[in-house]
Design a protein around this ligand. Structure first.
Ligand SMILES: CC(=O)SCCNC(=O)CCNC(=O)[C@H](O)C(C)(C)COP(=O)(O)OP(=O)(O)OC[C@H]1O[C@@H](n2cnc3c(N)ncnc32)[C@H](O)[C@@H]1OP(=O)(O)O
Length: 270
């Protein structure tokens, strides 16, 4: 691949899996009540780095923001998908287009394009010195495969603030992300807000480490009168030089459909 041409961004989400998929929280809002632009910029930077790391098979540093356009605001409750594609590879640099879509209004879901950006990263060795990007590897990551019948609902990269004193990712972080992940399909089925009523089972099978790309796959396994039970499986992709995927957590949670007064409501009843 040679130098990147002018950005040409899609207006609808591509069929490929997103690099990141997140649900912003109230702490991510600005004073106007929309998601803070700095949050979007930070997530675009992380999302763009992921295919760059895979292509480089090493760590990368962000060299430049070539273009960045906020097309629509993002709101709390949106499920935000960051799609990222390598568009050019130089001697040590990798240019990535990131296009961001928000799914909103669970009662009548719509997907809107919210941001598009072009970012350039430089491959670095363990000492932080730039290195030449080698030939592309076409082999997929080794290890386990996420189940085809469970939807990828969230994909997140934990940060140093999410670590416990042992240096692994804090179990509470994983539990909160599983809770959010399970709520995504539950909200779609309920077509309203939901409240978590129970964690039916939760098993930490492997630790999650800094640098892992953590994917949350979920499937609705039961719909009752007011409740929705969801299975969530969590996989971590690690070791960018020789990527491998491991299953780290599995859980079952139950949510209850609630109205605007937080009172339970019958699913499917208006
Ligand atoms: C998004 C968040 O808010 S997460 C924050 C943490 N969660 C909360 O704050 C929720 C606090 N809990 C509540 O507000 C209430 O318990 C509600 C609104 C969720 C439910 O109201 P309740 O009157 O307690 O509900 P009730 O006992 O009738 O159970 C409702 C449904 O949940 C199911 N349920 C209740 N307890 C459990 C349990 N331990 N395990 C599995 N399912 C359960 C019931 O079987 C019932 O399902 P169905 O209607 O499909 O047959």
């Amino acid at each position: 691949m040679t130098a990147a041409s002018s950005p040409s961004f899609p207006t609808t989400p591509p069929a490929t899996e997103p690099a990141l998929r997140l649900m912003p929280m109230p702490a991510d809002l600005n004073s106007a009540g929309d998601v803070f632009g700095g949050w979007v910029m930070a997530m675009v930077d992380i999302a763009g780095a992921l295919p760059a790391i895979r292509r480089a098979r090493s760590h990368v540093v962000t060299m430049a923001v070539n273009s960045f356009v906020f097309k629509q605001p993002i709101s709390v409750g949106d499920v935000v998908s960051f799609h990222a594609d390598v568009v050019a590879v130089g001697k040590s640099s990798i240019t990535v287009d990131v296009h961001v879509f928000a799914e909103r209004h669970p009662a009548d879901p719509v997907v809107v394009k919210v941001t598009e950006a072009r970012m350039t990263y430089v491959a670095v060795d363990r000492e932080g010195c730039k290195r030449v990007v080698g030939p592309e590897s076409t082999s997929p990551p080794g290890g386990e495969r996420p189940p085809a019948d469970k939807e990828l609902v969230l994909r997140v990269v934990p940060m140093p603030a999410d670590l416990n004193p042992s240096g692994d990712v804090f179990g509470g972080w994983i539990m909160s992300m599983v809770d959010i992940a399970g709520a995504v399909p539950a909200i779609r089925v309920a077509r309203s807000k939901v409240a978590t009523v129970a964690v039916d089972s939760f098993v930490f099978k492997q630790p999650v480490s800094m640098g892992d790309i953590v994917s949350f796959h979920a499937e609705v396994v039961r719909v009752g009168r007011t409740s929705i039970t969801v299975d969530v499986e969590v996989y971590a992709e690690r070791h960018p030089e020789d990527p491998v995927v491991v299953k780290v957590t599995e859980a079952r949670l139950t949510y209850v459909a609630v109205d605007e007064f937080r009172t339970k409501r019958t699913i499917g009843a208006g």
